[in-house]
Design a protein around this ligand. Structure first.
Ligand SMILES: Cc1ncc(COP(=O)(O)O)c(C=O)c1O
Length: 447
């Protein structure tokens, strides 16, 4: 039985896939926070390069990947598609389980796929420096490496709770040559305003985004870079699903269920969107495909959020996005899956959820770490706590297949490894990890 399905470097896709060409209902447009009118390219020009603004709005089905970006991808792509034979055996399930392993990237996750593309387009536009936020540190470290590859400077606003929990992610960011500060920081108006109200604030992705956007808007040579949520980020991540489709073709397999964890929606979208295209097209074998987005019970934007316009950040500086949201001032509890602590969701993923083209599930973190440990003990790889949410849902699906005595092919995105999350594993193994069953939704109306 073949365990790994691999591709050659020349088989790396030459174009990203854009689901905006095929969605039955397109997401509503982003609105300017002051005028409440749809944002124009000119509104975005102070913080994004033109090529990325074009990618944000294009409805072309395929967007060519520049040669330099494809060459940079060969550092770690194509990534392997692996059959989880040992997990299947211990679960005693008739299901076949495959995972696309994005943790082979030098930064340890899928985030490098869009970091490389974003650094490239900013460099092409003559930008010298990028500012960004990071939750778990995965995105900050990926962008830091990408900036180093393309000769850009970079400043990372890292959510304070992760800054303290993950000192080695900080070290990685600095090793690749970027500056990293704990957010909220005293470097921006947004950060100072939060610190004034709550000097002990542990931060959130929403706050860190406000700081990075402000940094970019107030420095001529600096642009802002976002690691998830936006259309162009999901576009870049489709390289994951496009490769996977080729790998399955080689093996003569097609998935019945596609699963990914969701923070802002990019690794799930990256894997699932090319398959959802097949479903929308009514391709044989894909009509009954199910795609499941998995989130933490403590930050359940899809399963408990409202679908409405809301700000992408805490200070209300970003455009208003039509998405599932817990409210832009929602302060998620300090769960260890820092990359999933975001109040909102990608507008593309939100619209697909409304249109019932995808499903969503939420799990408590002890349950998630249980699944992570079970996976690590048989498959070897220690998953990032974010990715472990997907594993939890995979196990539920495989158990259901067993109960029903039905075979099914389950595909999931192992979006990153957890080598810098061992303190969270320690806490779980010592029985010290709490669950947050009840989450209060913010009632704040969008500004
Ligand atoms: C390993 C990993 N997986 C998933 C995520 C969630 O982000 P997204 O939903 O954009 O894939 C993160 C975010 O930091 C991450 O580090």
């Amino acid at each position: 039985m073949q365990r790994k399905i691999t591709l050659e470097e020349h088989e790396i896709p030459t174009a990203y896939y854009n689901i905006l060409a095929d969605m039955p209902h397109k997401p509503d447009p982003p609105l300017h926070p002051a005028t409440q009118k749809p944002v124009t390219p000119d509104d975005l020009a102070p913080i994004f390069p033109l090529e990325l603004i074009k990618q944000e709005v294009t409805t072309e089905r395929f967007v060519e990947i520049p040669d330099e970006v494809r060459t940079a991808y060969t550092m770690f792509r194509p990534t392997p598609l692996i059959r989880a034979l040992n997990l299947e055996r211990v679960l005693d399930t008739p299901a076949h389980i495959y995972y696309k392993y994005e943790g082979v990237s030098p930064a340890g996750s899928h985030k490098l796929n869009t970091a490389i593309a974003q650094a490239y387009y900013n460099k092409q536009a003559g930008i010298k420096r990028l500012a960004t936020e990071t939750g778990a540190g995965q995105w900050g470290s990926a962008l830091s490496l990408a900036c180093s590859m393309f000769g850009l400077k970079c400043k990372v606003y890292m959510v304070r709770v992760s800054f303290e929990q993950k000192p080695y992610r900080r070290s990685m960011i600095m090793t690749w040559g970027s500056e990293v500060v704990a957010s909220p920081s005293s470097f921006t108006n947004a950060g100072r305003a939060i610190l004034e109200k709550d000097p002990a604030s542990m931060g959130s992705l929403g706050i860190a985004i406000s700081e990075a956007v402000e940094d970019a808007a107030t420095h001529e040579d600096t642009n802002y870079s976002l690691g998830s949520v936006l259309n162009h980020v999901l576009l870049h991540q489709t390289i994951i699903g496009l490769e996977t489709r080729k790998q399955f073709e080689k093996a003569g397999v097609y998935p019945d269920v596609v699963i990914g964890c969701v923070g802002g929606g990019s690794n799930f979208g990256g894997l699932a969107l090319p398959f959802i295209k097949d479903k929308i097209d009514g391709t044989a074998g894909a009509r009954t495909l199910r795609a499941i987005a998995v989130e933490p019970a403590s930050c359940p934007s899809l399963t408990k959020g409202e679908f409405r316009y809301d700000s992408g950040d805490t200070a209300g500086m970003t455009p208003l996005l039509k998405m599932h949201t817990l409210g832009h001032d929602f302060m998620p509890p300090s769960i260890h899956a820092g990359g999933l602590r975001y109040h909102g969701m990608a507008p593309i993923i939100s619209q697909l959820y409304v249109d019932k083209l995808i499903e969503a599930q939420a799990y408590e973190q002890n349950d998630v770490f249980g699944a992570a440990v079970q996976f690590a003990r048989v498959e070897g790889i220690i998953p990032a706590p974010e990715s472990a949410h997907a594993i939890r849902a995979v196990i539920a699906e495989a158990q259901q297949a067993k109960e029903e005595g039905s075979k099914r092919v389950i595909l999931f995105n192992l979006s990153g490894h957890g080598h810098f999350d061992m303190s969270a594993y320690d806490a779980y193994l010592a029985g010290k990890l709490g669950d947050v069953a009840e989450v209060t939704k913010s009632a704040t109306v969008a500004r």
